[in-house]
Design a protein around this ligand. Structure first.
Ligand code: BGC
Length: 359
């Protein structure tokens, strides 16, 4: 008996111990759930609606700038606590529509679109609206659709800056215009800006535009072929070239180089691609137009979240897209030539001094 009691007590003590252990384990999560109260509240809200979800449908990553857009826009959206799905259509209308359908299916709250082709992209807006999703046209305007917001740079001003820079270098002579993709509204706006500046020179006979072509898909090889055709048709007697962006400028300069003319004829571009800025330093390209992508990405991310929250966005511009006056925000592009590379793109950290000058 003497031995039985302690043994019995041992068993009871063990049972008590196990009971206490289980009780403690059960109590722990309750304590940790309730202690950091704000995070519990967030989780509970999240369980209901989840973080805001942005869909970013891009046309291409071919030009250097789009890599920056992808990275910077993602960073901005995530810093605001939202999540993002990015899809790239690789210059394919049907693919872009299919990808947007996937984003809609995935439950995005707002769609941000860089349309490959400005007209058929209208179908995307309709699909999104049917699902109750607002659409932002990013950098490129979607035509003939009820776009909720358009955020871009002033593309007409891009063309004006190019033409002003080149006419101040070459006020008389034979000009070649290497346009962008006709399917991109920006290419049309840039051309409008260029010809607005050239018009008085053309009218008084100082400038003749001897060649004027679009470049399919903004492809440098197509621009190269266009430039060769322009040179051949004019027995290499060309005085200035305005190309709609740095990729088309690259193609044009390749053709000039083959004829021993690179650096002798001023060429304008756009985007401040690293290779273009290097060509400016080396004297093969006269100028480019710098568009601070970080501002575009930040502005769009802020506005996308506001739209998702149902806020009304006030803008100071409206742009007609053939169907409606689209509330728009247009940021200012900046001319870059060899004299202000340091104060613009290097000062902004768009490219490093080492990359630009190789030192
Ligand atoms: C953009 C340019 C870009 C071009 C080709 C245009 O819509 O505004 O920055 O170089 O597309 O991708």
């Amino acid at each position: 008996m003497k031995r039985f009691i302690p043994h019995c007590m041992k068993i009871m003590l063990m049972v008590l111990f196990i009971f206490l252990l289980i009780a403690c384990e059960k109590a722990e999560p309750t304590e940790s759930e309730s202690s950091p109260e704000p995070s519990l509240e967030l989780e509970e809200e999240g369980a209901e609606s989840g973080p805001i979800h942005i869909g970013f449908s891009m046309d291409t990553l071919e030009e250097e700038r789009w890599l920056k857009d992808r990275e910077l826009f993602k960073k901005e959206v995530e810093e605001l606590g939202a999540k993002i799905d990015i899809m790239v259509a690789n210059e394919d209308v049907a693919k872009q529509i299919a990808q947007v359908e996937t984003l809609i299916h995935n439950g995005v709250d707002v769609l941000v679109i860089v349309p490959y082709n400005t007209e058929p992209a209208a179908a995307i807006v309709e699909k999104a609206h049917l699902a109750g999703i607002k659409v932002i046209s990013y950098d490129r305007l979607i035509k003939n659709a009820n776009v909720d917001l358009y955020v871009s740079f002033d593309n007409e001003m891009v063309g004006e800056l190019q033409a002003k820079a080149i006419t101040s270098l070459v006020p008389t002579g034979k000009y070649v215009y290497i346009g962008g993709a006709i399917t991109d509204n920006n290419a049309n706006l840039i051309k409008k800006g260029v010809f607005k500046v050239l018009q008085p020179y053309i009218q008084n006979g100082d400038i003749t535009v001897v060649y004027d072509q679009w470049t399919e898909d903004w492809n440098p090889d197509n621009a190269y072929k266009n430039m060769l055709a322009a040179l051949e048709a004019n027995h290499n007697e060309i005085d200035a070239v305005i190309a709609a962006n740095d990729s088309t400028a690259e193609g044009a300069i390749r053709a000039l180089r083959e004829k021993g003319l690179a650096g002798k004829i001023p060429v304008a571009g756009q985007d401040a691609d690293l290779t273009a800025v290097q060509r400016i330093v080396q004297g093969e390209q006269a100028m480019t137009v710098y568009k601070p992508i970080s501002s575009l990405a930040k502005e769009t991310a802020d506005l996308a979240l506001k739209l998702a929250d149902g806020e009304t966005i006030k803008t100071n511009r409206k742009i007609n897209n053939g169907k409606i006056e689209v509330p728009s925000i247009l940021l200012s592009p900046i001319e870059v030539n060899k004299d202000n590379i340091d104060d613009t793109i290097i000062a902004d950290g768009f490219h490093s001094r080492e990359d630009v000058y190789g030192e």
